[in-house]
Design a protein around this ligand. Structure first.
Ligand SMILES: O=C(O)CCC(=O)C(=O)O
Ligand SMILES: [Fe+2]
Length: 370
């Protein structure tokens, strides 16, 4: 593994858009012209969920996995091969660490707009408070705000975006720091178990994907317009353009995450991933699909907006550090086999992702060798 080089300056950014929490708080000002930017062609309400399959997303016990339990390893293998999504329980992150993270991310979004704006995105990069992946003025926007931070390794942090200890959120930095280190450890453990399942000689070929971490904190207010409620989406369908994602559903009773079964199972509909108390949702990102040459696939997912209640989530994205290269692993391609994806430096990969819309598996399409 190369050293964790600093982030290059020119990786791209997102166009500025209205603050959705602010819009949702001023229903009388929500004109059709403003709302039009958020409306989807098809209804998006949760009645759209394929209820038949609900509740069967695999659950993996990390304690048992790390202890070498074969049954658990085979559950993980099946989850990776057939689902790309699973919930992680017994992950060893203390309740305090999780609760403090939940408390402080909620406190952040509850700050007045002017206070949050001190941490707003700046032109040319996606860190900070705002919205990502807005590449044109006419694209349909997500009904959410995000607060995005580079969290690991510590040298990647830009503390200008981290609410300081002497401000309104005195514990925010400590909570994110602790939660970040804990989720990074979980990601490393899961990637090591995947490497074992894949029969890789060097687990480092997978665990390098836990070397860097960024956090996307998502805020989804309800949409106050009854006419528009059924036509907005919290996050557009996408697969995560990273190695491994660990998602914390902060609001224990407000569901919103939905996945599309890889095989189009259940009629190709969306399936809800309901919050399990204390669990993290794990999913393989596009980079795992590249490294495994398609053996493990990243899965499309989206977030819907609740009709009446706000929802908060925290996605911890794990990737390799700058200075590395993503390419199908030789052991996965096999002698005489054909790599399905091209190789790309982490820098160029990030440039590709940041300049793209969040749109299904578009990054994988761009990575395919034709
Ligand atoms: O909020 C969620 O449940 C999903 C968020 C998500 O997909 C993301 O941040 O990449
Ligand atoms: Fe995602």
């Amino acid at each position: 593994m190369e050293s964790a080089a600093e982030r290059p300056e020119n990786l791209g950014g997102s166009l500025p858009v209205p603050n959705v929490q602010d819009l949702a708080g001023r229903p009388d000002d929500l004109t059709p012209t403003i709302l039009r930017r958020y409306l989807r062609a098809d209804p998006t309400s949760t009645t759209n969920i394929d209820q038949v399959n609900d509740g069967i997303i695999p659950v993996v016990d990390l304690g048992r996995l790390v202890a070498g339990d074969e049954e658990e390893a085979s559950k993980l293998r099946q989850a990776c091969e057939e689902w790309g999504f699973f919930q992680v329980v017994n992950h060893g992150i203390s309740d305090d660490t999780v609760e403090e993270m939940k408390r402080d991310v909620t406190a952040f979004f509850n700050l007045p707009l002017a206070a949050k704006s001190a941490f707003a995105q700046r032109p040319g990069w996606i860190e900070g408070y705002g919205q990502a992946f807005v590449t044109s003025d006419d694209q349909t926007l997500d009904w959410s705000d995000i607060f995005f931070l580079a969290t690991q390794p510590p040298s990647y942090r830009d503390l200008r975006f981290w609410p300081p200890e002497d401000g309104q959120l005195i514990t925010f930095r400590r909570s994110v720091e602790r939660y970040s280190a804990a989720t990074q450890r979980v990601a490393g453990d899961l990637l090591a178990a995947m490497a074992f399942n894949l029969g890789l000689r060097d687990a480092g070929d997978m665990t390098c994907l836990a070397a860097a971490q960024s956090m996307r904190m998502n805020y989804y207010p309800p949409c106050p317009s009854p006419a528009a409620r059924d036509r907005v989406l919290g996050v557009s369908p996408h697969s995560d353009a990273v190695g491994l994602t660990l998602l914390l559903q902060v609001s224990p009773t407000v569901a919103g995450l939905q996945i599309r079964r890889p095989d189009g199972g259940g009629g190709g509909g969306w399936m809800g991933v309901d919050p399990i108390a204390g669990a993290l949702v794990a999913n393989a990102g596009d980079v795992i699909e590249v490294l495994t040459n398609g053996r493990y696939k990243s899965i499309e997912h989206r977030a819907v907006v609740d009709a009446t209640r706000e929802r908060v989530s925290v996605a911890a994205f794990h990737s390799a550090t700058f200075g590395s290269t993503y390419a199908p692993l030789h052991e996965m391609v096999g002698d005489g086999g054909v790599p399905k994806y091209r190789s790309i430096t982490v820098e160029d990969y990030v440039r590709l992702v940041v300049s793209s819309k969040l749109d299904g598996k578009n990054i994988m399409d761009a990575m395919k060798v034709n």
